[in-house]
Design a protein around this ligand. Structure first.
Ligand SMILES: Cc1cc2nc3c(=O)[nH]c(=O)nc-3n(C[C@H](O)[C@H](O)[C@H](O)COP(=O)(O)O)c2cc1C
Length: 245
């Protein structure tokens, strides 16, 4: 392992710093943009019920939040799932031509897509889904008990196969990097962190257990969701389930 200063990460941070002398004269990135919304036109559409997040005390949620990897093998409700999805990426306002969401996003470019591996959600067939943000519906991509495959892709973390659902976040790099160039990658991961934390707190408010996952074999995970790993790559996961008391 090279000295910290010579690592790829350190070089990336160094080379993507803004500085006063060069900021205004930098050439813009030559990267074509990508559409703001992804839609699987041919997929079966599944309606989501209205999200319901009861009033909660933020201090209590922050104090109580913990990563939990031990779930009951019980379903969560579709209403609970809908509330988690809305907390992460729900459309919540319109301003200056932008449709804004529950999570902040650099330049309102929203480079993160939400996929799901559903193991146990009342009223949903187990399988892989995509969240259509604009219509707030799910698109069924593949039916089946795919939790074990996801767990294997995540370095064998078996709790992902026992979770009721895992939210799987991908990055559409072009959306962000067309505007911000190399620096845009920084914002992609910051966006994902915001989304995940919103969902974590919503899970806590709903009395559900959750655990974020950042350790996974990239190619296996992308292959499961048929993503090419270049234009779009999975970057972060959150398993959610019913708490064991
Ligand atoms: C970016 C990120 C990646 C993580 N990846 C994993 C993971 O792959 N597996 C896991 O069991 N926990 C994972 N965690 C959870 C951390 O282990 C956990 O947040 C940490 O131990 C602190 O515990 P707490 O969340 O209960 O406060 C991850 C957390 C973050 C923020």
């Amino acid at each position: 392992m090279p000295d910290l200063k010579k690592t790829l990460g350190a070089k990336y941070l160094e080379q993507t710093k803004f500085d006063r002398e060069t900021l205004s004269s930098r050439p813009g990135p030559k990267i074509a943009p990508a559409p703001l919304y992804k839609v699987y036109q041919d997929a079966q559409r599944v309606d989501l019920p209205k999200p319901v997040l009861a009033e909660s005390d933020l201090g209590v949620l922050l104090q109580g939040r913990r990563s939990v990897r031990n779930f009951r093998r019980e379903p969560i409700s579709l209403e609970q799932l809908s509330s988690l999805l809305w907390a992460g990426q729900g459309l919540s306002a319109q301003a200056m031509g932008h449709e804004l969401r529950t999570s902040p996003s650099a330049g309102a470019l929203y480079p993160i897509e939400t996929y799901l591996n559903v193991n146990r959600v009342a009223g949903l067939k187990p399988g892989l889904y995509h969240l259509n943000v604009q219509d707030f519906i799910l698109e069924l991509l593949e039916e089946g008990d795919l939790g074990p495959y996801l767990a294997r892709a995540a370095l064998g973390q078996q709790f992902m196969a026992r979770a009721a659902v895992t939210l799987c976040w991908s990055a559409v790099l072009r959306r962000n990097m067309a505007k911000y160039g190399h620096r845009g990658l920084r914002y992609v991961f910051l966006d994902a962190g915001h989304i995940c934390q919103n969902v974590v707190l919503a899970a806590e408010a709903l009395g559900l257990a959750q655990c974020p996952v950042g350790a996974f074999f990239d190619e296996d995970a992308n292959t499961l969701f048929r993503l090419d790993g270049q234009e779009e790559s999975l970057i972060y996961f959150l398993s959610v389930g019913v708490k064991r008391n």
